[in-house]
Design a binder for this molecule. Structure first.
Ligand SMILES: *[C@@H]1O[C@H](CO)[C@@H](O)[C@H](O)[C@H]1NC(C)=O
Ligand SMILES: *[C@@H]1O[C@H](CO)[C@@H](O)[C@H](O)[C@H]1NC(C)=O
Length: 262
């Protein structure tokens, strides 16, 4: 996956360099003092390439480090919102997102028509920006340790979406947290988890999360969901797949569609 990212970076740079080459030609032809002109143009070109290059690379480096970092699945949730709308339609009216960087997801969801959104941030948000602090002040986003019961009544939300949070829990805590996510939802739970072997938390982040993320295989999760009596919502999954293939969307995370308890 990170390899594909690098590939797309390269294509970006290739196409990006054509305009610079073009401007070099036109400028050198119109310059009366050819040699000085050439030197200036050469310098300008170098600066352009350095800036353009670092801009392009810099931009992609953020994407790549996100891909390899911890919030991969939270950014995946953002990307998947239009597909989730297709799959869940009316069930998207009251959404709870649980996961790091939840402010970004909540803000995006709030832009959708007919969607109310709340968020639970499992880690700290000391470095939150003003808009995130605003969401916390309004009570839309809460900081809560998801090892303990969530501070909401049963079936408070139509849909609960969780990302980058369950990977950090041992089975002992998962046994409590997952049923609790089901408890506060009425029409479904969507779980975004990392693919095994694809990403790991940066060393500096380990202390923050308490333990390293453990990326489990899809068969591990499916077995776990069954133990918790959480069934897959096949119809939602199918609708999601259909919408995804129409948009050539390939998720960077595993996505599970589960039914709430009845
Ligand atoms: C989690 O719950 C399942 C089923 O209730 C049980 O079989 C399993 O031993 C539990 N695991 C842990 C680590 O508590
Ligand atoms: C399954 O998902 C659909 C949305 O595609 C939803 O309307 C339905 O309520 C869900 N079924 C259950 C049993 O949660």
């Amino acid at each position: 996956m990170s390899r594909r990212q690098v590939g797309s970076t390269r294509r970006f740079v290739d196409t990006g360099s054509f305009p610079f080459a073009g401007s070099l030609h036109s400028k050198s032809r119109s310059s009366p003092l050819l040699s000085i002109g050439l030197i200036l143009v050469g310098a300008a070109l170098l600066i352009c390439l350095a800036y353009g290059g670092s801009g392009i690379f810099g931009g992609n480096k953020i994407a790549v480090s996100k891909v390899e970092g911890d919030f991969l699945c939270t950014s995946e949730v953002q990307r998947a919102i239009p597909l989730l709308k297709k799959a869940y339609g009316d069930s998207m009216r009251k959404v709870l997102h649980v996961g790091p960087d939840t402010c970004s997801v909540v803000s995006t969801l709030l832009q959708e028509e007919e969607t109310e959104a709340w968020g639970v941030e499992p880690y700290d948000i000391e470095d939150a920006d003003a808009s995130c602090k605003g969401l916390v002040r309004k009570g839309l986003v809460r900081v809560a340790d998801i090892k303990f019961p969530l501070p909401y009544r049963p079936k408070s939300f139509s849909l609960v979406v969780v990302s980058d949070a369950l990977d950090y829990l041992s089975p002992k805590y998962l046994n409590k947290t997952l049923p609790d996510l089901a408890r506060v939802s009425s029409e479904g739970i969507v779980v975004f988890t990392g693919f095994p072997g694809r990403q790991r938390a940066k060393v500096a982040e380990l202390s923050k999360f308490g333990r390293p993320a453990k990326m489990r295989s899809s068969s591990w999760w499916i077995r776990f969901f069954l133990q918790m009596s959480l069934e897959e919502n096949e119809s939602a999954g199918k609708k999601f797949e259909q919408a995804a293939s129409k948009k050539s969307y390939e998720p960077n995370c595993q996505i599970f569609h589960l039914k709430s308890y009845h």
